[in-house]
Ligand binder design. Structure first.
Ligand SMILES: O=C1O[C@H](CS(=O)(=O)O)[C@@H](O)[C@H](O)[C@H]1O
Length: 295
């Protein structure tokens, strides 16, 4: 199975791919470059917009706007014709300490937006990261819902919305957890180990759940995307031609394409010249439409 390069984006940290069914287009971000990207399937046309802060994760809103987590909180995002992203603060964040930003995030199946934070200096290994939830109509600052993460990542929800998955990518952790998710209160509980990624190649990065309820997770540093069953058993691993796949998302006309964003590290890239690119794979299974943020 070959991964097809759809855009040689050279993203420093390509994250948060989201397929727009309405537009038949893929959106994603490059976090340190402060950019929102879009690629349309019909003709491969691509464009991007400049954000005022590091934009880490996005979700489509039910009203057609976007919502996203930037350094200082959760914002609505509106791409403008001049290449800029107009933003409006919905809820601010009081980070646990200075030098933090958001990382991975998405909506639960009811359309409530979750995102996690991490220290910019990931190498410090300090568990200052937290998970936040934003619900429509909330005006007060975001409240931490879970704490103690170094690099929270891999957030995803089962097809019925009753299981939440979450990982920590840091080399000292490399675990994926499952939680029972109370959809009435949007509260995760009964945390348990889902997959110990120290037993598989690559650190856990971004993730997606398919229509069978299996969990696809990017194996950062291993150039692999792993599929785990709901019981946490490795089903298959697909290769991409870069070492650092960062997040995956189902899309395409039949939701049977797996799009993968990636990271372009500094240094010698002679063995992975396409690092930072966006790839499309045929995984042999279908995904689910990404839930929209319910405004
Ligand atoms: O900035 C990020 O860091 C890590 C990737 S890496 O360690 O730099 O390769 C990643 O897990 C995270 O999602 C990303 O935003």
């Amino acid at each position: 199975m070959t991964a097809e390069l759809i855009l040689d984006a050279r993203n420093a940290t390509g994250e948060s791919p989201v397929w727009s069914v309405a537009e038949q287009a893929l959106y994603w971000v490059d976090i340190p470059a402060r950019r929102l990207h879009r690629w349309q399937a019909a003709d491969g046309f691509s464009q991007s917009w400049e954000a005022p802060q590091m934009l880490a994760c996005i979700a489509r809103g039910s009203d057609g706007h976007w919502i996203g987590a930037m350094e200082s909180g959760v914002f609505t995002l509106t791409p403008q014709a001049d290449g800029r992203l107009s933003t409006r603060l919905l809820s601010s964040v009081n980070h646990a300490q200075a030098g933090m930003r958001f990382n991975d995030g998405r909506c639960d199946r009811q359309g409530r937006f979750w995102a996690g934070t991490m220290l910019l200096d990931m190498a410090a290994g300090v568990p200052a990261g937290a998970m936040y939830r934003y619900e429509a109509g909330q005006h007060e600052p975001l409240k931490p819902q879970m704490t103690g993460f170094i690099v929270p990542n891999g957030l995803a929800f089962s097809p019925d919305g009753l299981t939440m998955y979450l990982s920590d990518s840091h080399p000292d952790v490399q675990k994926i957890w499952a939680f029972d998710y109370d959809i009435d209160t949007a509260t995760p509980h009964n945390r348990r180990l889902f997959v110990d990624m120290t037993q598989h190649p690559g650190r856990p990065d971004g993730a997606a759940v398919d229509a069978d309820g299996c969990y696809w997770i990017c194996g950062n540093d291993a150039g692999l995307i792993h599929r785990f069953t709901p019981e946490g058993t490795l089903d298959r691993s697909l290769a991409v031609p870069v070492k650092k796949p960062a997040m995956c998302a189902f899309g395409g006309a039949n939701l049977d394409t797996l799009f993968v964003t990636s990271i372009r590290p500094a240094g010698d890239l002679s063995d992975q010249p396409l690092a930072g690119g966006v790839f499309a794979l045929n995984p042999g299974v279908k995904g689910l439409a990404e839930p929209a943020y319910t405004s």
